[in-house]
Design a protein. Structure first.
Length: 353
């Protein structure tokens, strides 16, 4: 049972400026004393903890005191790509699996340096790095402090899912109470009241989100999503475009093509992209299913061809999707292969039942 009784004393030298402030505000002493006392009654069987409280309530002081060897403020990133910043003994498969598990599933972004990533992407990369680290316990200070609150909540849920698939233990330290319902911690310590509580029996379900889909004729919107597509930045103007919104924020893009020269009964997914900040909530599959229902209702077959590992894994778990083919593109598509390098990729074909 970690306990703490911390006294912090600051006694700056009485310089001219210090003396001026003491005189101006009638301060009797230049000694500043803070006292933090309490206990965190952690049980053995837990994976996610939350230390939360307002600024100045002792969160950082307490977490550093109790978990000095596990405390992480920031990792060092110096390579040209975040792939090469991951632990040296990890394989590419290990790294990409960790990225996908935390909802960082945009291969083009994997080739970027850490410095150019968005704050939301950095948050997920930090967690992936910690998951790949040999330490079993890691403590993140200032958790979600630099990201939009909607992004923070969605990212928190993606992260807790990733942690629970490992044997790691994770403690978030933050001044934001709004992440608790999404992080779903096993225990919470509130530094405002210095109280501890267990969340025994808590359901591991995220709060409801507002999910909406709209059809659009504005094909230029693709420019916002193109750089996040793992395969191609091109888009066929003949495709019908739909946009997904999460809590009134643009989050996803899907476009559908009709290929009458191949099979007049089929509608095929042309492009599917979920913005990085909204990955990890299975929004891509939900968008696929909802759009697929529309076309199936009108009598069409609905298919998608993909080589994205995260999407293949998600579709494999869906009872309403069947894999029709696994392998390379057939030889008659050699022109398309040259354009997309499909000849070097494992490609899968799926159909909605």
């Amino acid at each position: 049972m970690p306990t703490f009784n911390i006294v912090k004393i600051a006694e700056p030298k009485k310089t001219f400026r210090v003396a001026s402030i003491m005189g101006k505000f009638d301060l009797e002493s230049n000694e500043i004393k803070e006292h933090f006392e309490g206990n965190i009654d952690i049980k053995d069987n837990w994976q996610i903890g939350l230390i939360v409280g307002k600024s100045g309530s002792g969160k950082t002081t307490i977490s550093k005191q109790l978990f000095p060897d596990s405390y992480i403020t920031n990792f060092e990133y110096s390579a040209e790509t975040i792939l090469d910043d991951m632990p040296k003994d990890c394989s590419v498969e290990d790294i990409t699996k960790a990225f996908n598990s935390v909802g960082f599933s945009s291969p083009p972004s994997w080739l970027k340096s850490y410095s150019v990533l968005s704050n939301g992407e950095k948050m997920r990369v930090d967690l992936a790095r910690a998951i790949l680290d040999e330490k079993n316990l890691f403590v993140f200070d200032e958790f979600t402090s630099v990201v939009d609150r909607n992004v923070a909540q969605i990212g928190s849920f993606a992260m807790q899912k990733a942690i629970r698939k490992t044997n790691k233990q994770f403690i978030a330290v933050t001044c934001h109470y709004d992440v608790e319902d999404w992080l779903l911690p096993d225990w919470v310590f509130d530094t405002d009241s210095m109280t501890f509580r267990l969340n025994d029996g808590q359901k591991k379900n995220r709060p409801d989100i507002k999910f909406e889909i709209f059809k659009t004729t504005d094909k230029s919107i693709w420019k916002m999503f193109a750089k996040h597509h793992y395969l191609s930045h091109n888009h066929n103007n003949a495709a019908q475009v739909y946009l997904a919104f999460i809590n009134n924020q643009l989050a996803g893009f899907i476009s559908i093509l009709h290929l009458p020269n191949k099979d007049k009964t089929i509608k095929k997914v042309h492009r599917l992209v979920i913005l990085p900040d909204y990955q990890g909530l299975s929004i891509g599959v939900k968008l696929l299913n909802e759009i697929g229902k529309i076309y199936k209702k009108d009598g069409w077959r609905f298919t998608i061809v993909t080589s994205s590992p995260s999407l293949m894994f998600s579709l494999k778990r869906q009872v309403n999707w069947v894999c029709k083919n696994i392998g390379r593109l057939p030889s008659q598509n050699i022109v398309e292969m040259k354009k997309t390098q499909s000849i070097n990729r494992l490609t899968t074909s799926w159909e909605l039942l």
